[in-house]
Design a protein around this ligand. Structure first.
Ligand code: HEC
Length: 315
C-alpha cells in the first residue's frame, strides 16, 4: 500500500514536470489577471450558427463560464483539419460522460461562404462525433475577427491561401478563470485530456479518465514516432478500423509506389480518380485522409515501420 502511494506521488510529480517542460517548450499558456482586458468585453460576441441551424452568440452562449476546446476547420479541408477532428474525437471518447457537462468542444468553420449548417451536420455525422461538440459557422468577417482575438489567425493573404494557413492548433480555455492554453493535435490524446479534464478545471475533479494508465513505452524508431503523432488518431496497425482502415498487411497488399504516393499526397491521388483511392474514400464515409506534407524520407520511414509491425502482429 505504501508503495502504491509513493508511486502515485512520483507519477503526480512527473506529470507536473511534464507540464512544465511542455510550457517551457513553447506551448502557449496564460492566465488573465482579474479585471484585465481578457474579460467580458474582450471577446467579440459575434453571432454564429450551429449545425442544427440554431443561432448563438460566441461569448454569451459558447464560452461564458465554460471549459472548452476550440478549433477552426472547414469541411473541404484536405490537410490538417481531418487530423484535428480525429484527435479531438479521441479526446472526446476519453472524457466520456464528462463531455457536455465539464467540457465542451467547438469547431468553427473558416469557410462560412460554403459551410452552411447542412455541410457541418454531414461532416459531424461522417466523423461520428458524440454529444457536447458543436460545429459552427458564421459570417467570414466575424470568424476572422474571432480568430484574431483568439490568437488563431495566421495569414492576411488571399482567401485560398488563408484557408490553407489556418493554423494547426487547438485552443483550450476556462473562461471564468481566464486560463487559456494552446496545444497541438499531434500530441498524445492523454496530454490533451489532462489539460481539459484536470488543469483547466476549477471544481475539484478527482477522477480523470486515463490518469491511471501506464505511460507508453517511448517510440522505438522514427517511423513509429511519426506514426503515433500523424496517423494513429485514424489508424491501427491491426485489423481493426478507426476512421480509416486497419493497416495490418497493407505494405503487402499495395504496390510500393502507390503506397508512397498515397501517404504523401492522398488528396492528389483522389483528385486523379485513382480507382483504389475512390473505392476507399467511399467505403470510409468520405473522410479525407489528410495530406500532412510529409517528406520523402518520412514516408519511407513510415512504410518501413508499417511493414515491420504488420509482421509482428501476424506472428
Ligand atoms: C483523419 C484521419 C486520417 C489520418 C490522420 C491518416 N489517415 Fe490514412 N486513411 C484515412 C482514411 C479515411 C482512409 C481511407 C481512404 C479515404 O477515405 O481517403 C485512409 C487510407 C490509408 C491507407 C490505404 C489503406 C489501404 O487499404 O490501402 C494507408 C496506407 C494510410 N491511410 C496510411 C496512413 C498513414 C501512414 C498516415 C499517417 C502519416 C495516415 N494514414 C493518416 C484516414 C486517415
Amino acid at each position: 500500500m505504501n508503495a502504491k502511494i509513493a508511486s502515485a506521488g512520483v507519477r503526480a510529480f512527473l506529470i507536473l514536470l511534464t507540464g512544465l517542460a511542455v510550457n517551457l517548450g513553447g506551448s502557449l499558456a496564460w492566465a488573465a489577471p482579474p479585471g484585465s482586458a481578457w474579460g467580458v468585453n474582450y471577446f467579440p460576441n459575434v453571432e454564429l450558427v450551429t449545425q442544427d441551424g440554431k443561432k448563438v452568440r460566441f461569448y454569451d452562449d459558447l464560452i461564458k463560464d465554460k471549459v472548452f476546446a476550440i478549433n477552426f476547420i472547414y469541411t473541404r479541408c484536405t490537410d490538417s483539419c481531418p487530423l484535428e477532428t480525429a484527435a479531438l474525437r479521441k479526446v472526446q471518447k476519453a472524457l466520456g460522460d464528462r463531455m457536455g457537462k465539464d467540457v465542451v468542444f467547438y469547431s468553427i468553420s473558416i469557410d462560412g461562404d460554403r459551410d452552411k449548417p447542412d455541410e457541418l451536420k454531414d461532416y459531424a455525422e461522417r466523423f461520428n462525433v458524440g454529444p457536447g461538440w458543436t460545429f459552427l459557422t458564421g459570417r467570414p468577417e466575424d470568424v476572422t475577427l474571432l480568430r484574431q482575438k483568439l490568437g488563431m489567425y495566421r495569414s492576411d493573404g488571399q482567401a485560398e491561401k488563408a484557408l490553407n494557413e489556418h493554423g494547426i492548433s487547438i485552443l483550450m480555455g476556462n473562461e471564468q478563470a481566464g486560463q487559456w492554453i494552446k496545444r497541438s493535435p499531434f500530441e498524445e490524446t492523454k496530454a490533451l485530456v489532462r489539460v481539459l479534464g484536470t488543469r483547466l478545471q476549477t471544481k475539484s475533479t478527482a477522477t480523470l479518465t486515463g490518469n491511471h494508465e501506464a505511460d507508453r513505452v517511448p517510440a522505438q524508431s522514427s517511423g513509429e514516432a511519426l506514426f503515433r503523432s500523424n496517423c494513429e488518431v485514424c489508424h491501427s496497425i491491426g485489423k481493426e478500423d478507426g476512421l480509416g482502415p486497419g493497416l495490418q498487411g497493407v505494405t503487402k497488399m499495395r504496390d510500393r509506389a502507390w503506397l508512397t504516393r498515397w501517404i504523401k499526397t492522398p488528396d492528389k491521388v483522389l483528385a486523379d480518380k485513382d480507382p483504389i483511392a475512390v473505392d476507399l474514400y467511399n467505403r470510409y464515409k468520405k473522410i479525407l485522409m489528410p495530406n500532412l506534407r510529409l517528406s520523402d524520407s518520412e514516408v519511407e520511414e513510415l512504410i518501413i515501420y508499417m511493414d515491420a509491425s504488420s509482421k509482428e502482429v501476424k506472428g
